[in-house]
Design a binder for this molecule. Sequence first.
Ligand code: GUN
Ligand code: ZN
Length: 433
Amino acid sequence: MTSPQTLLRGRTLTFTAEPNGPDDTHAHEYREDGAILMAEGKIIASGDYADVSAQSTGARVIDHRPHLLMAGFIDTHIHFPQVQVIASWGAQLLDWLNTYTFPAETQYADPAHSATMAGKFYDQITAHGTTTAVAYCSVHKTSADAFFTEAARRNMCMIGGKVMMDRNAPDGLRDTPQSSYDDSKALIDTWHGKGRGHYAITPRFAITSTPAQMEMAQALVQEHPDCYVQTHLSENHDEIAYTTELYPEARDYLDVYQSYGLLGPKMLLGHSIHLTPREIDALVDTGAHPVFCPTSNLFLGSGLFDDAGLRGRGITNAIATDVGAGTSYSMLQTLNESYKVLQLQGQSLHPLRAFHWITRGNAVALGLEDKIGTLAPGSDADIVVLNASATDAMALRMERATTLSEELFVLMMMGDDRAVERVYVAGAPPEPI
Ligand code: GUN
Ligand code: ZN
């Protein structure tokens, strides 16, 4: 017996490359009457409805017209234990961490709290159209177990890791070099490559890791070269000054990570705002990925990410929410703020490039573009259904929209979870817990 097929009908949009400007129509495929055929969690075919429906055998048809079907969004930097930290008032990075973030994260020592919040975290991201995220868990192994357990239950492609942090944090929120190694190793053994899960070795940032802990991170990276590595880099001037004090031998902030052998194409460097020319050269040489977190950078007053400058050097930048310093789970709202950050620097973000960025672009940064981020046959069937007229204000504006790019721009400037009609994760709508 063949497995049941589902055929989604609607307008479809997918990317085959990064659009090279507003007039580059070769990088995307858009179909007015399109379809996606799914079975066993995968996309079997996508294209014109007439062609795709002819290939289907007894498929259940779900008609999403007139909405827009795209690959689910990818968030490349988010903190799972900060779901109750988002929107905490009045501080810049280091005060914000000490006042709000660290106290909230200490609660994740409790497995019941971790499990409850993991369910709420996934409910939030999927409601906002995000089907893959790269997450920081808390220092506690139990938080990462909860993160991956819930991802597996929902059959989601998730990347994450427990943060390694052995200094400059309160009691209850520090590990040791050895325990951080042991717990990370155990988590890798349990979760990396299990189902759709991937592990990210996660030294939180230079300030919260001793040199002895960085050595442990280095050992983990050497022993598990197929794992991701994530950390924070050059977000805030006080952070950079303190890092330089703590690591006086380092040539600059990035050199702390570089000198422990952490840099490579699997590395994601949250923020990467205030970089020196040497640091940028090192990113070029190693293929590590800066992660632009616009709502967070504006919220904490951290600074303006130089997207054009880094891209101009051939660097592949990822983009992310960074909740809880980020102020929205929505990758649409993340694009809204990124547009403004670029405007402030005389740079531009065309809507086609923007939607490429939060789908295939982030997948490329993760090396997962064969699995997620597009509607190509063989990909996992993670799909978002978007409605650019979801609110009265959006509908009013859409009366005057005549092109796909205009519609996408309305979605990214005015859209949020209300514009997400439906999400499919591995071919199925997410079930509530
Ligand atoms: N740097 C170290 N930890 C964090 C964090 O949790 N959020 C942000 N925005 N920056 C950090
Ligand atoms: Zn962060």
